[in-house]
Design a binder for this molecule. Sequence first.
Ligand code: SAH
Length: 215
Amino acid sequence: MTEAGRVDDRTRLVRRLERSGHCERNSTARAMRSVPRHEFVPRDRRERAYADRPLPIGEGQTISAPHMVSMMTDLLELESGERVLEVGTGCGYHAAVTAEVVGAPSVYSVEVSRQLADETGARLERLGYGEISIRVGDGADGWPAHGPYDACYLTCASSAIPPAIVEQVRPGGRVLAPIGGVSQELVLATVGTHSIVDRSSHGAVRFVPMRRGTE
Ligand code: SAH
């Protein structure tokens, strides 16, 4: 497929997401139109890159469906220049979408798998997102060196929002996370001083579970 064909595919995908209510902010639509999702999926899955489906990315992990990434970007109401912590870099697609909204130097991502982090670091560099910072480690610890963050999101499910993350998000900042085990809900929380002051649920979701320790 040609590059122009892929741009058309993305434009169509974003139009569908806008119609279904999964892409409401202009900044989200712009970001979803800009990031070449096919570059983030395994070569043999490229033809499916612009279908609204999750796809495998290796190590039993998956890249979320476009509507999930779009909806999460909308829910965090990110503004240019805001500092964002991501837990679960995976293939880097979601981080790239976030970088299109806030700017790559403001995106910090923690990935537990060294292999995924290395591959993804190289991919992001190649695609012009090299200023996104990646750390190998357990995202439950956050990344204290670069906080406080304006917002944080998890792309793996946890039984609760990790306390270290609540500490590293500024008062008034937001955390978005799939919470639960077998059944999960997408929770948007507002952080106060050292605690969560407000939370809302945004429906049932299915993310890979958070793994412990560096693998
Ligand atoms: N945002 C990603 C989705 C990745 S899937 C994308 O766009 O591709 C979830 C990711 O979370 C996987 O890469 C998995 O390795 C990672 N992960 C699981 N447990 C983790 C932990 N404790 N800390 C950091 N990353 C973790």
